[in-house]
Design a protein around this ligand. Sequence first.
Ligand code: HAM
Length: 442
Amino acid sequence: MIAKVKGTQDILPAESGRWQDLERVIANVSAIYNFKEIRTPMFEASELYHRGVGETTDIVKKETYDFADRGERMLTLRPEGTAGVVRAVIENKLYADPSLPLKYYYVGPMFRYERPQKGRQRQFHQFGGEALGSLLPETDAEVIAYAVTTLRALRLPNVKVKLNSLGATASKLQYRDRLIGYLEPVVAGLCPDCQARFRENPLRVLDCKFDRENPILVNAPKPLDDLNEADALHFAKVKGYLDAMHIDYVVDKSLVRGLDYYTHTVFELEADLPSLGAQATLGGGGRYNDLVESLDGPAFPAVGFAFGMERLLLALESVDQGKRDESVHCFVIALGDVAKPKAMELMTGLRHGGLIVDADFMDRPLKGQFKQAERLGAAFTVILGETEVASGTVNVKNAATGVQETIPAANLYHYLIEAFRAMEHHCDGSCDGSCGDGCDCQ
Ligand code: HAM
């Protein structure tokens, strides 16, 4: 019998439904954010990844599948999607499109020669999004919101957004010199991998996976502390926009990421779920303002992310599948003709925020509507009548606790997101309440 190649997986018919569901959510969320699908080849000239991803990265040094075709061309199976998208943008002169930024997403197999384990294969799939042509911090925030909304639409709990900034290339190089100066005399105190990395890719030493508590690393200067005024302002604005969108994040000053092309904002999305095993990172991304130019295109700043789709599916295994498939987040009850258009407006806003929302479309009496909310497993019921419309409020009832509150209608989305976050927080007793998840373990 010829077995499948190590690190590859069959997606059998019993599994393919879950993939199709995931792809549907991705397509829906991408449509809402107006990201259009792009499909690029699965192999490219090897040089694209050497120059794009970076000669000294682990991916290019140890993980690419390189081969010579029968015409002696050096080719590489794509280890990631960004470099291929950038090549397509340059080759097809998409940068000349007047409707910038270009907003593209992709879904497909990637190939890395890694040691296979749960959540890590040699052929795996990514969903990635790239916004090209905009320098603005609004775009960084938009791209992060797009990634976070995907996780919300999948109803994945306990997701952490880690954020950092490396600054523009000039800041990054200046910081790199400073870090080399700091590490040079103490390099023998680093783990063997980091000693090698120090010579080739010193920034990567910062996010050493084996030796995180090493005082040399803890006390090392961090990129964020070396940002010039303009770069610091960019980062502050990204954080401000995330705050405005109620997207939680933690600044992780040691976050560097494994690809060379990043400048300014870098981020990772992590989920703390048992089914993920050691691979808690669902996805990551950041800004890459110089990549297009370094691949012979024009100056064309960009920002993007990618998720590992196997990891998203693994993460979903920890979520109660039955409940996830059948229940709605919120059922809206409008009492009377005045409330109905307002209810429709609220429902549209909640749905665009990735929540599953339903209402009565059978003219049921009030009691029947509550019954319908219960049948649909609605976690919250929102009730509004003429009085609420006049005062700009809604009543929100939590199905689990029976508690009903009156809140400003404009706060409804935020209120529900906060409530879901509090419900998802599984306190293990070690929390001092500082998590901000609204748990009561203080
Ligand atoms: P990356 O961090 O190398 O970034 O990969 C993104 C995600 O792909 C990872 O967080 C992980 O979930 C998944 N992944 C990576 N390697 C494997 C593997 N061997 N098996 C299973 N899943 C894996 C990038 O690829 C960048 N291109 C992201 C980006 C887009 N940055 C800007 N735009």
